[in-house]
Design a protein around this ligand. Structure first.
Ligand code: ADP
Ligand code: MG
Length: 252
């Protein structure tokens, strides 16, 4: 990949919980408009790592991070960087769908833009339409935008959370096991969605499901015990693995 295609550069990221080191020096470069999977056995540091990419790991009591994450030529850990601004540019979707309770579908999507000063109804309407459309949810909710977000099915709630993340227009979307809590049909919809999202965003997704990674990801990174063991085109990582990994480690 040429340098101009790189949107995010991770240099020697390490992360601790107190004295315990969960992530042990990761170097990776992410290319624009790609889906990037992170796989590896339970407890190998996938969630901790992805949470260093938008500075939410540091919210945990006693947590610490060292290293650099360069976005737009600037380290997100630079002393003058604002974590809130970073999370607007590097959004996160979690394993368990978490729409804001007692809040409508519409308000769930536009809450970010509202906080960032967008107040005009026409502007917010456009954001709600665009983001719900990109999240493949518009047709299912257009007639009930003022119903509570939590009234939707699990899969719809997760797509609502994706729409909410897209509403701050982040170039990068992080997802931590976004389909683990969903049934196969809802999972399939989100897998299809990821291929669409990469037209406009760069997606970094943790999954413990190797078949899913092979289906959706352009690149796959394989972690063991906080270290990056292998990284490359998914087609290479899965068809011609450098190490014997797969079923030996991955138990699902
Ligand atoms: P994965 O997402 O790959 O399953 P995690 O990143 O959640 O792994 O965890 C990596 C390691 O950090 C594990 O050994 C886990 O027990 C430990 N860990 C995770 N969260 C905490 C925490 N809040 N406090 C202390 N240790 C933690
Ligand atoms: Mg995890």
């Amino acid at each position: 990949m040429s340098n101009s295609d790189i949107i995010l550069e991770v240099n020697n990221i390490q992360a601790w919980f107190g004295d315990f080191q969960a992530v042990k020096g990761i170097d990776l470069k992410y290319e624009k408009n790609t889906v990037n999977a992170i796989i590896g056995p339970s407890g190998c540091g996938k969630s901790t790592y992805i949470r260093t990419l938008n500075r939410i790991h540091e919210e945990v009591e006693g947590a610490r991070v060292s290293g650099e994450v360069i976005l737009d030529g600037k380290d997100i850990y630079a002393p003058d960087a604002d974590p809130v601004e970073i999370r607007r540019k590097i959004g996160m979707v979690f394993q368990k769908p978490n729409p804001f309770a007692a809040m409508s579908i519409y308000d769930n999507v536009v809450i970010g833009p509202r906080l960032w000063g967008k107040k005009k109804k026409s502007e917010l309407d456009e954001i709600a339409f665009n983001c719900l459309t990109k999240a493949a949810l518009w047709d299912e909710v257009k007639d009930k935008l003022h119903q509570e977000g939590t009234s939707l099915s699990g899969g719809q709630q997760q797509r609502l959370c994706i729409a909410r993340t897209l509403a701050t227009n982040p170039p990068i979307v992080l997802m931590d096991e976004p389909t683990s809590a969903l049934d196969p049909i809802a999972t399939g919809k989100i897998e299809d969605l990821m291929s669409e999202l990469k037209k406009d965003y760069t997606v970094i997704v943790v999954t413990h499901n190797m078949q899913q990674a092979a289906r959706i990801a352009d690149y796959t990174s394989f972690f063991i015990l906080g270290e990056l063991i292998e990284h490359g085109l998914s087609s290479d990582v899965f068809t011609n693995p450098k190490e014997k990994k797969t079923e030996d480690y991955i138990t699902g």
